[in-house]
Design a protein around this ligand. Sequence first.
Ligand code: PRP
Ligand code: ZN
Ligand code: MG
Length: 225
Amino acid sequence: MKARDRLRIAIQKSGRLAEPARELLARIGLSFRESRDRLFCYGESLPIDLLLVRDDDIPGLIAEGTCDLGIVGRNVLAEQAANRRAAGQPEAYRELRALGFGACRLSIAVPQEQADAPLAALAGRRIATSYPGLLEAFLRARGVDAEVVLLSGSVEIAPRLGKAEAICDLVSTGGTLAANQLRETEVVFESEAVLAGPPAGFDDARAELAALFLRRLDGVLRVRD
Ligand code: PRP
Ligand code: ZN
Ligand code: MG
């Protein structure tokens, strides 16, 4: 691969992690000049640039080498890693640091009036989710044979639409579940924002930049604790 002398970090363009990710990078001492389309930010204080993307694209961008590091939910990283494993593909990214913001959990939820039923009652039922890899692993481990229905969004309305009997989605404040008369019954996966990178290091100038970035990040994370 062509040697690169600038480090490229992918972050969410808009959404829950976008602001805190920018704040963290500022705290690390990075400053940027934004392009007009706000997709690329050129690093001014250090040769570290930003790419502003959809969070779901971040693991793939790291896997293909388009970006060197990324700030993304552990849920997204773990889901895509599970899918790669299932497809027999090699590991292509790993979690380098937990960042201490964006905490949420991937949980199973059911209509409020069924909230007292045990997990086993979902056998033979449909569970709608955008996280089939994590959900299937959880169901397998618990020995529950439910049908996983893949939905890319608006998972919380699936029960009312008759598409599923339960859902498995991210819960942060719980507001979305409450608004849809759903109750959380099982936590499938605990998540927060993480720094992700390739499984192996870099073999050009990016190695030193990544080490510098991690040193500064660790300093900022220590102060936070
Ligand atoms: C997640 C999830 C719920 C919501 C839950 O979506 O899908 O819709 O957050 O949060 P709450 O418990 O605070 O109500 P999010 O907006 O993160 O992203 P999405 O567009 O990928 O669904
Ligand atoms: Zn998303
Ligand atoms: Mg949502």
